[in-house]
Write a protein that binds this ligand. Structure first.
Ligand code: GLU
Length: 330
């Protein structure tokens, strides 16, 4: 009897903890400083400085909004979406294809189903899917990856699936045809220089520290064209043809021409559980000070307020929508 009572109390208490407002939600309504964390990617990517740029915009008005944003280096898109859904992060940067898959319950979310609380805030810079290889490895096409050591990306990354899609479109199986590594992007350039990797995939905006590092070492590195992608473009609505401006951004690469490939967009996402006023404040600071934001990274060169509302699959967060309606963008 007593045991039963203790059990019942424990259950009620446990349930209250589960369904009560989180400390984050309590602060958001009590007028205390609200701490939000933005999930990004490896520190040599563009997500990390992007998280920094967004945090910088909103932290400038810390007194006015009572919001303090910090940035976390993470494994990338898939990690960020999952951490936002579990409440471990409030915001994150994620590839547009990953946002589409999470919202629709595809790819990494096939078993878990659609991520119904995922919300779009805005989209950011374009990203290309690239493959680099050491020149001395004799790799000139995806076919030449056979038997080589190739990084296809860590599980939490967005780019791993892009690499696999490109391989499949070219009739290659990463489990059979070569030695696939599942390393975080930041590790790959160093391992190529050390001779422990022959090639590596990555999906990122340009210019990035990753490719600057990869193309400025002793071992010469080049970008490999990613072709035979027509089947991908037909099958997946989120992929588009693209060109990587290698000659402009990475003069150290052993390419004398820009390289054809396909690409996606980086997007900024959150959860339906994050209060409207927090999302509104971030969007307002970025859009009201658009030129300042645009100057924070060269990858933002092509951004317009209009195209930052494109390429999104999850519904807009109401806090973001409120701002877009106020200024006539929606
Ligand atoms: N697109 C990459 C990913 O989600 C991250 C790129 C970056 O950090 O800039 O895996």
């Amino acid at each position: 009897m007593k045991k039963g009572l203790i059990f019942a109390l424990a259950l009620i208490f446990g349930l209250a903890l589960l369904i009560g407002p989180s400390p984050f939600e309590q602060n958001a309504t009590a007028g205390k400083t609200i701490f939000v964390t933005i999930g990004t990617g490896g520190i040599t990517g563009v997500y990390y400085p992007t998280g920094g740029a967004i945090a910088k915009m909103v932290n400038k008005k810390r007194k006015e909004y009572g919001i303090r944003a910090t940035v976390e280096s993470t494994g990338g898109s898939v990690f960020n979406i999952n951490a936002i859904m579990s409440g471990d992060l409030e915001f994150g940067v994620a590839q547009s294809d990953r946002q589409y898959q999470a919202w629709n319950g595809l790819a990494n979310w096939k078993d878990k189903g659609p991520q119904k609380d995922l919300r779009a805030v805005f989209s950011i810079h374009p990203e290309t899917v690239d493959l680099i290889a050491a020149v001395d490895a004799g790799i000139n096409s995806l076919q030449d990856l056979k038997g080589k050591r190739v990084n296809i990306g860590n599980i939490g990354s967005g780019y791993r699936k892009n690499a696999i899609d490109a391989l499949v479109a070219n009739g290659l199986d990463y489990k059979k045809d070569f030695h696939a590594e599942s390393l975080k992007a930041a590790e790959a350039p160093g391992l190529i220089q050390d001779g422990r990797l022959d090639a590596a995939f990555y999906t990122v905006g340009h210019p990035s520290g990753y490719y600057k590092e990869a193309t400025s070492g002793k071992r010469k590195v080049k970008f490999i064209p990613i072709t035979n992608i027509e089947s991908l473009l037909k099958k997946y609505p989120y992929y588009a043809k693209a060109v990587t401006l290698v000659t402009k951004f990475y003069p150290g690469a052993a390419n004398d021409q820009d390289v054809p490939t396909f690409g996606v967009k980086a997007t900024f996402v959150t959860s339906a559980k994050v209060p409207d006023k927090v999302v509104y404040a971030i969007v307002k600071e970025v859009f009201d000070n658009f030129e300042t934001f645009k100057n924070l990274h060269p990858a933002y060169a092509g951004l317009t307020k209009q195209n930052m509302l494109e390429g999104l699959s999850a519904p807009f967060h109401p806090g973001a929508l409120k701002y877009y309606k106020e200024v006539g963008l929606k």
